[in-house]
Design a protein around this ligand. Structure first.
Ligand code: 13P
Ligand code: SF4
Length: 338
């Protein structure tokens, strides 16, 4: 133990010196290339720290639509970079690794959505932004985890709704609005579905005074609400939040400890905005391998070589833009269902 303590500080200082050099190089390259770096809350800490803007998917969409730079380097997953392209078609959009996909976005294709629509003529299609551009082009209005309830609320109550692709977010919206004409696609994100109610219940039992931040994509979102209504998990300490909403709540919480049910990259920003509360992952294995495909080395490579460029066919982008812009026009409360 003593040996580790002697070695670790010098390793840390070498690492932080080279991280600083790297960060300075990245910022200088970005300025030289007229590029802005956007990073999702699930990115590795070095990338979150070097980015010009860090946020949830809705905040990043909004920023992508308004930044003045001619190039956007999108450190996130592919559908997010596509959304930036849809909103800023004349800009160059780069993702440091185009293979960074999303298991949830893969659960529905444009053909499947067209077939589903044919079964429900007259229904309004609401798609979570975690979808491909081709699916967005078949969508009436998009939503993110931070505005899903308001988006569905904006649809006349007598119109049926097709909600895709996340079943847990869909169940959350349905529960909030008590709407019985919502049809929900049974897709899921493998990372969030892996955070289950049983795990949550065990942790809550072990930490009786902790608050809970739960992302609505989690397999445990349904269970968390159920457990709250049963009084097993205290309802007043259970918050269903987007990643942006978690940050807002972290700024003001006075809890000694918060249990966090989402991808573990989120902990970095939470710990930055609140250094007194302890933030602990409900499942430390909840790591999105796609988000982690964006590494510091790949970010530097993409700035140097202009790869990987994200493109969306113009006709698809034009149709998809309508559904994304309708979403952006809806209010953006980041606390969901509170
Ligand atoms: P947010 O919209 O909360 O940032 O979530 C995006 C996402 O991919 C969750 O897995
Ligand atoms: Fe997609 Fe899940 Fe990764 Fe989010 S955490 S990007 S929904 S695979």
């Amino acid at each position: 133990m003593a040996h580790i303590a002697l070695v670790a500080p010098s390793l840390r200082s070498v690492t932080s010196a080279s991280t600083t050099d790297w960060a300075q190089r990245i910022r200088a390259l970005a300025a030289e290339k007229d590029a802005v770096i956007l990073a999702h809350n699930y990115q590795v800490p070095e990338i979150q720290d070097v980015a010009h803007h860090v946020g949830d998917s809705l905040a990043l969409s909004r920023i992508a639509a308004t930044v003045p730079e001619s190039t956007i380097i999108f450190c996130g997953v592919h559908f997010m970079a596509e959304t930036a392209k849809i909103l800023s078609y004349d800009k160059t959009i780069i993702i440091p690794d185009e293979r960074a996909g999303c298991s949830l976005a893969e659960t529905i294709t444009a053909d499947q959505l067209r077939a589903w629509k044919a079964e429900h003529p007259g229904a309004v299609v609401v798609s979570y932004v975690n979808t491909t551009a081709a699916v967005k082009a078949e969508t009436d209005i998009c939503c993110t985890s931070s505005n899903a309830v308001d988006v569905v609320k904006s649809i006349p109550v007598d119109r049926p709704v097709l909600f895709c692709p996340d079943q847990f977010l869909g169940a959350h919206v349905q529960r909030q609005l008590k709407r019985d004409n919502m049809h929900i696609w049974m897709g899921e994100c493998h990372v969030h579905a892996g955070i289950n109610g049983a795990e949550l219940k065990a942790m809550v039992a072990a930490e009786p005074d902790a608050e809970l931040f739960v992302h609505p994509e989690c397999g445990c979102a349904t269970s968390a609400m159920y457990l709250a209504s049963e009084g097993v998990v205290p309802a007043e300490r259970t918050h269903i939040l987007s990643t942006g909403g978690m940050l807002e709540a972290a700024r003001t919480t006075t809890a000694r400890k918060v249990l966090v049910a989402t991808e573990t990259g989120m902990l970095h920003q939470l710990r930055k905005v609140n250094v007194t509360t302890e933030f602990q992952a409900v499942n430390r294995a909840a790591v999105c391998k796609y988000m982690k495909m964006i590494t510091p080395e790949k970010l530097e490579h993409s700035l140097l070589h202009g790869t990987d460029i994200v493109d969306v066919p113009r006709d698809i982008a034009d149709k998809a833009r309508l559904s994304v812009e309708r979403m952006i026009a809806i209010g953006t409360p980041s606390r969901i269902g509170e």
